[in-house]
Design a protein around this ligand. Structure first.
Ligand code: ZN
Ligand code: ZN
Length: 238
């Protein structure tokens, strides 16, 4: 397509009128995704890890109900959490738009799946904070955007309990063995959490080290149960 032709098309059909996943022009009853792409956004199927909700592949994993990664962790380092979608295609596209393209509404299609996996009887949603500098660059925190949408749908309050003590590199860009060191002790607790049951909310769970680091900090300050809820699960090092 020539550049000029493309520009004309962009003017007639602005980007926010097109499906984020396939680019088709949206009908007036569609928002963010076209109906076909929305229907294709399906939760992870089959047997899943009871700790991180990853799909279980090997027979051994299926017998034990836990993935290899979680089995290697000692009991106190296992943060239980739901994660409805694989980090592929439509779900990954929504997360990307939410994170890098300032499209807050991209959280919308992810929320029903996340709500399904929200644990019962918890006190508050806790966003994973960005470092001040990154938050300033980006203008908002995608984890907070997910918390706000989940909060509206579930009536759970948001507790902005964590602060990043130092800038860390983006987990998705690091090798599996670098991720642990990258986020270890990167968070401090800035609100009272004694006796609270908390759900850490984030966009993607990769190795789980970010969530573990947040949970460690919250437990240390007296939280009694900490779970996680992420939109997607990225498979690393398999
Ligand atoms: Zn589409
Ligand atoms: Zn697992």
């Amino acid at each position: 397509m020539s550049k000029i032709f493309k520009r004309v098309i962009d003017l007639i059909y602005p980007l926010d009128c097109r499906c984020l996943a396939c680019g088709r022009t949206l009908y007036h009853n569609e928002h963010i995704l076209c109906d076909e792409c929305a229907a294709g956004l399906k939760p992870i199927e089959g047997r899943r890890c009871r700790v991180c909700s990853r799909r279980l592949y090997t027979e051994e994993e299926q017998d034990e109900g836990i993935c290899g990664g979680c089995r290697r962790l000692t009991l106190e380092r296992r943060v239980f959490g739901g994660s409805p979608f694989d980090h592929g295609e439509t779900a990954a596209r929504l997360v990307y738009a939410l994170k890098y393209e300032h499209i807050i509404d991209a959280a919308g299609p992810l929320i029903p799946g996340m709500l399904n996996e929200l644990p019962k009887g918890f006190d508050a949603l806790v966003p994973v904070p960005l470092h001040v500098r990154r938050q300033r660059e980006r203008g908002y925190n995608q984890s907070m955007a997910l918390c706000e949408a989940l909060g509206r749908a579930s009536d759970l309050p948001i507790l902005n309990a964590l602060r990043r003590t130092r800038a860390t590199r983006q987990q998705m860009k690091l090798a599996a063995d670098e991720r642990k060191a990258n986020v270890s002790q990167a968070f401090e607790v800035i609100k009272p959490v004694i006796g609270k049951r908390l759900v850490i909310v984030d966009d993607v769970r990769t190795t789980g080290w970010t969530i573990l680091s947040c949970a460690d900090a919250l437990y240390l300050k007296g939280a009694i149960d900490v779970r996680s809820l992420t939109a997607t699960l990225a498979v690393v090092g398999r």
